[in-house]
Design a protein around this ligand. Structure first.
Ligand SMILES: Cc1cc2nc3c(=O)[nH]c(=O)nc-3n(C[C@H](O)[C@H](O)[C@H](O)COP(=O)(O)O)c2cc1C
Length: 416
């Protein structure tokens, strides 16, 4: 991030007291930080503190002739290479979603071509409200990246998802490839990473199918984190309603058989394979050509087993570094270790699913296992968790590639 010009927007939530710490963490990584505060943010932190830590005068007023004479709002919007709003209030998310240019920060967000990230922070009931979630979806569909929120104890005395991610976690995600390279001693620059994500749909007839509750959020977050770590990322995705992360190539598939074909069509150039898709184990033995009519009192579906995509990748003679997911409702460790061994994987990420955990939620907690090693990651936002997982995968990939006699491709193949 050395020399990266960042506008840090600070809005009026309690978490604004963490903004000076966030400025420090960004500047530690070499960023040039220009703080822009909303008027409400002044109730929670001071301009003096933010000016002292950023080393630059804080901007907050759209109608400030002196500031406009120095660097007008349009120049400031052009100057920024990234805009990060942390904390982002429910109110600010609504203004941004509505395209309002009623204050300096909102105007800058409209007038910039730089990527925009928000770290929302609010009471968990506010966060779950339909209006906030609709704004979140709208912003994400326009390419705005949301970091968090985290879950845990809140200033209001309650607990749940809505807390701002910690400044260090935000800075780490924003720093992307540099952070991965610094902390893991290995980046993914020059590597090709293939990630499968989302559910598969197994057709019963032209209008019905068998599927599962996977939202694709974990796979998409991993794709985003791998791209940020410098990798060329190929995402093979089942049907989900998520925007394709910046810099990621995406191929859409529906069924497990389509996914199997798509994986093997491109696998020969892949250095790291991450199987995060929830692939249906079984599909209907036959797909009816016409819609099944409601005439019989009982209807039986014959199912046949789908190809095991993960195992088929791990079995390749010159296989990529192969990472699988074990989504289990019980005996997590036992089943994950069994899968690691039986499918001869390099690494397995085990997560508990069911009852609002794992699938279709914004948070996840996982245990990662590999030969002679393991690491646990506590419940956290999928975006933050994905960064940590990609860092660990990069580290293990580098270690495996340098150890003699391993079947994975060597790490020295730098593509142009
Ligand atoms: C004590 C207090 C704490 C607040 N904390 C939050 C918060 O954490 N998140 C939020 O979205 N709004 C919070 N609000 C409401 C916002 O301050 C309010 O919506 C304001 O208009 C936001 O303005 P801004 O987005 O322009 O900064 C809080 C209000 C008060 C009085």
């Amino acid at each position: 991030m050395s020399g990266t010009k960042i506008i840090l927007g600070v809005t009026g939530g309690i978490a604004a007291y963490k903004a000076p710490e966030l400025v420090r963490r960004l500047r530690d990584r070499g960023a040039i930080v220009q703080v822009v505060m909303t008027h409400s943010a002044r109730e929670f932190t001071t301009e003096t503190a933010l000016q002292a830590v950023s080393g630059r005068p804080v901007r907050s007023d759209l109608w400030d002739p002196q500031a406009e004479a120095a660097m007008g709002h349009i120049e400031l919007a052009r100057w920024a290479e990234r805009i990060l709003v942390a904390p982002a209030t429910a109110e600010f998310m609504a203004r941004l979603a509505g395209g309002f240019a009623s204050d300096l920060l909102g105007t800058l967000c409209l007038a910039t071509t730089a990527p925009i990230c928000l770290a929302p922070a609010m009471n968990h009931v506010m966060w779950a409200s339909e209006a906030v979630q609709a704004n979140r979806r709208l912003l994400e569909s326009r390419g705005v990246q949301l970091l968090g929120p985290d879950i845990g104890d809140q200033a209001c005395g309650e607990s749940g998802p809505g807390r701002m991610l910690q400044p260090e976690a935000i800075a780490k995600i924003i720093a992307g490839p540099v952070a991965v390279a610094e902390t893991a001693g290995a980046s993914l620059r020059g590597k090709t990473v293939m990630i499968t994500a989302g559910p598969t749909l197994e057709a019963i007839d032209p209008v019905r199918f068998i599927s599962n509750r996977s939202s694709g959020k974990m796979g998409y977050s991993l794709a985003s984190a791998a791209a940020a770590a410098g990798a060329k990322v190929l995402l093979l995705s089942g049907p989900v309603s998520l925007p394709v992360p910046r810099g990621v190539e995406c191929i859409n598939i529906e069924s497990a058989e389509e996914l199997h074909t798509a994986v093997h069509r491109s696998i020969s150039n892949v250095d790291i394979f991450i199987g995060a898709a929830a692939v249906a184990d079984y599909r209907p033995a036959a797909t009816e050509p016409n819609k099944i009519k409601r005439v019989r009192t009982e209807l039986r579906l014959d199912l046949v087993r789908n190809p095991d995509i993960l195992a088929s990748v791990a079995e390749l003679p010159r296989r990529p570094f192969t990472v699988g997911f074990a989504a289990e409702t019980e005996k997590l460790r036992e089943h994950a270790l069994q899968k690691l061994e039986q499918k001869k994987l390099d690494m397995i990420i085990a997560n508990k699913v069911g009852h609002g955990v794992g699938f279709d939620s914004d948070e996840n907690a996982v245990d990662v296992y590999w030969k002679n090693g393991q690491k646990s990651f506590p419940l956290s936002a999928k975006a933050a968790l994905a960064g940590d997982l990609i860092e660990l995968i990069a580290e293990r990939y580098a270690a495996n590639s340098s150890s003699a006699g391993h079947g994975t491709r060597p790490a020295i193949a730098i593509r142009d």
